[in-house]
Ligand binder design. Structure first.
Ligand code: UDX
Length: 450
């Protein structure tokens, strides 16, 4: 990709420090560095990225001492609020120092922030610096933020279980149970957070998405927001990026995949945050065993709750399946999904995992947990129709049926075919003249003009 930034304007990227957000932020940094911009990553100490993989970037840690009291898995809204509180002043001081040091003729830095780090926007506004938002989730998820005030006004909240399967008015094909707020403890806090995000000021919005994936949501969101959108995904296919994993990748699974036949392996992974109970793990082992399909399963440390005897359960399971299964703590996922042996992905439908799977034409079994995942899962199974939904969570017979359908049965042939076609569409979008290719050029122009 040609250099276009020329003047080496400095871009300060502020990621939200969880794996699914750090990765696209670093990817965007690499893409814009290749266009001639200088990149600074202003990051919290918490989940600090591995700086050695990005020798061309400047990394500036923001002190976040008060954050240690909060755990993102206990109360995400309190965690986000305190993260913003603790990072705001350090970020402001850092930017003032940067501006003071720069030459008179140099352009002011431009801030690119994840909207969950909303204090970065306040700092940029205060210092009169240009700012652009990087949305690391889907356009549809952003659109859902406009749905909440409406359904609240129309009296649907607090949500009733009896309505869970009903379609949300003017937000099809989503059901009430697919909404992020549906089973949250603190609905009001979340709605306050949604209001904060939707009111942020920005010169533009960058999305790790693709025009052809979310056309209808995109058209609706464009009517609600006046700023330019730049859909430049799937970003991970634009470059051979260095790893941005916070956990060490176990590459032994690639050698194991090399020994398997084409499209035979089911890859199982629920991202960096989701947790399961021991009884759910037991159902998973039965479903996988009975499907008779080879599988690669990521069991992240800490991802099984109350796991007194899970080690024993998994030892027995490994012995019974032998070479047919491979279990690792963390995999090089993008490489796994691109491997010719992988024919299906049982996923929690995090946006990155969803994009990574769609980009490789790998059909999915969807078992979303929280946040945006249920909307993504519904898109996979009901809009793109490149996967199946596990309606009953973790139930061994349903799991076995879904694996067989997706991986081998004639009934799954159309799903596999559509997944292959969608992969082609995404490939076209990043080629010269494609929608993401053009959008990236427009983004570079905007950054140079703000
Ligand atoms: C979180 C939210 O849960 C998700 O819904 C939101 O869209 C982004 O932030 P996470 O749950 O981690 O992210 O899911 P996902 O978005 O799929 O990101 C996980 C990333 O970790 C992916 O890029 C994936 O490739 C990587 N990964 C996962 C690995 O590299 N190895 C693994 O073993 C598992």
């Amino acid at each position: 990709m040609e250099e276009q930034g020329g003047r080496r304007r400095r871009l300060v990227l502020v990621p939200y420090p969880l794996q699914g957000h750090i990765t696209p932020t670093l990817q965007l940094g690499t893409i814009l560095h290749s266009r001639g911009f200088s990149i600074t990553i202003a990051h919290s100490h918490f989940n600090s990225p591995d700086t050695s993989n990005h020798p061309d970037f400047v990394f500036l840690p923001l002190s976040d001492d008060s954050l240690s009291k909060y755990n993102h898995s206990d109360d995400i809204v309190a965690f986000i609020s305190n993260l913003n509180l603790s990072c705001k002043v350090p970020l402001q001081e850092l930017l003032i120092e940067m501006i003071e040091k720069q030459e008179k003729c140099e352009e002011l830095p431009c801030i690119i922030y994840d909207p969950i780090m909303y204090s970065a926007e306040a700092v940029a506004r205060h210092l009169k610096l240009p700012s652009i938002m990087l949305r690391t989730t889907s356009v549809t998820f952003a659109l859902s933020f406009y749905v909440y005030p409406k359904i609240q006004k129309e009296g649907y909240t607090p949500f009733q279980d009896s309505k869970s399967l009903e379609l949300v008015p003017e937000f099809h094909p989503f059901r009430f149970k697919d909404l992020t707020v549906f089973n949250l403890k603190s609905v009001d806090d979340f709605l306050q957070f949604v209001t904060t995000i939707t009111n942020l000021q920005t010169s533009g919005m960058i999305w790790n998405s693709i025009d052809c994936l979310e056309q209808s949501s995109l058209a609706q969101l464009r009517q609600k927001s006046q700023v330019p959108f730049f859909l430049i995904g799937p970003m991970h296919k634009l470059f051979p990026f260095p790893s941005s994993s916070l956990l060490e990748e176990d590459r032994s699974c690639i050698s194991w995949l090399d020994k398997q036949t084409e499209n035979s392996v089911l890859y199982v992974s629920f991202g960096s945050m989701a947790t399961v109970e021991e009884k759910e793990v037991a159902e998973m082992t039965w479903g996988l065993a009975n499907s008779k399909q080879p599988f690669l399963w990521v069991i992240r440390p800490g991802s099984v709750l109350v796991s007194e005897s899970v080690d024993l359960l998994l030892d027995d399971f490994k012995e019974s399946v032998g070479e047919r299964g491979c279990i690792v703590k963390w995999a090089p996922q993008k490489e796994v999904l691109a491997h010719s042996a992988v024919g299906g992905f049982w996923t929690h439908c995090g946006w990155n995992s969803t994009l990574e799977s769609v980009s490789e034409g790998v059909p999915m079994i969807c078992r979303p947990f929280s946040a945006d995942q249920k909307l993504n899962g519904r898109y996979v199974s009901h809009v793109w129709r490149v996967g199946v939904e596990l309606e009953n969570g973790f139930e061994r017979r349903e799991i076995e049926r879904a694996i067989k359908l997706l991986m081998e049965e004639k009934e799954g042939e159309e799903i596999r075919q559509r997944a292959a076609e969608l992969k082609q569409e995404l490939q076209l979008s990043i080629q010269k003249g494609g929608s993401s290719y053009n959008s990236l050029n427009e983004l570079v122009e905007l950054i140079m003009s703000v």
